[in-house]
Design a protein around this ligand. Structure first.
Ligand code: ZN
Length: 277
């Protein structure tokens, strides 16, 4: 178990949405100049671009493309909508392939007009139906459990226990779990379930930020590491005890931070990463 302070940035990855005011070219240039080594690309950042060339541009900036965010949103009461969602996930797989990302993070979805059980069943069906394309493209799919406050529309998978159950039920080396401290920090079973996930070789991604108290907005008031009450370093030690050696990804949606100079914000991210991750 390692809780040594971070002294280098070799495992630091930043999500493009974290510095949303920057386009992907500006983000790449600035991340790279600051010594950041990984980037997770949100699909909106690719809008209107040649995806292959964008992937090359990221690698030329010495950035590893850690994952593409996001696929998912499978459940819908209406069958036609479920088919549209599956098509969109197939497109996400093509985009990840062109970009050179080996992982897609799934925000699995939920439809409040049906039960959570029905939504979970449709999530599993959705993942299984796109799995052949993912495998032939060489791309893994990570189920990201979301905090229960999002159980109405964003995800019917709200604990890592449920994500582990689904990943085990699908039983493919191409499907695993993304651990995001923002969604999971409160869970009394977190350590146990992280270890279970690691035993399955299914821990595919680790996302960090902080939980501000009070949180003023359900979606866009995430804190920078150290702003809140999440024991990030403790959770990281569990993730590493489970065998995870991948990137530590900073994923922050924050109206407040998006308002400030993004260069200053990037400096704060790196400082907070060194002190609290
Ligand atoms: Zn996340």
């Amino acid at each position: 178990m390692s809780t040594t302070p971070v002294t280098d940035l070799s495992r630091l990855c930043i999500h493009t949405i974290t510095t949303k005011p920057w386009d992907i070219e500006t983000a790449a240039r600035n991340y790279s100049a600051s010594g950041v080594k990984g980037i997770t690309v949100w699909r909106d950042a690719l809008h209107g671009r040649d995806i292959r060339k964008t992937g090359d541009m990221l690698r030329q900036n010495d950035l590893k493309v850690v994952s593409l965010c996001r696929g998912g949103f499978f459940p819908a009461r209406d069958r036609r909508k479920r088919e549209i969602a599956i098509d969109d996930n197939r497109r996400a797989i093509e985009e990840a392939f062109e970009l050179g990302a080996k992982l897609i993070v799934l925000v699995c979805g939920a439809d409040p007009s049906q039960s959570l059980e029905d939504s979970r069943k449709q999530i599993q069906e959705g993942i299984v139906s796109v799995l052949p394309e993912a495998i032939s493209a060489g791309i893994r799919l990570a189920i990201e459990p979301l905090h229960p406050m999002y159980a109405d529309t964003r995800s019917a998978i709200n604990t890592i226990h449920q994500a582990n159950d689904m990943s085990e039920a699908i039983d493919s080396p191409w499907v695993g779990v993304a651990v995001d401290v923002y969604h999971l920090w409160w869970d009394p079973n977190l350590e146990k379930e992280i270890i279970r996930c690691g035993k399955n070789n299914a821990l595919l991604a680790f996302h960090i930020c902080d939980w501000k108290s009070p949180t003023l907005d359900f979606l866009n008031d995430r804190g920078l590491m150290g702003d809140g009450c999440i024991p990030i370093r403790k959770i990281r030690s569990w993730v590493e005890a489970a065998g995870f050696i991948g990137f530590i990804e900073v994923e922050i949606f924050s109206t407040e931070y998006w308002k400030m100079s993004q260069n200053k914000f990037l400096y704060k991210i790196i400082d907070a990463y060194k002190k609290h991750a």
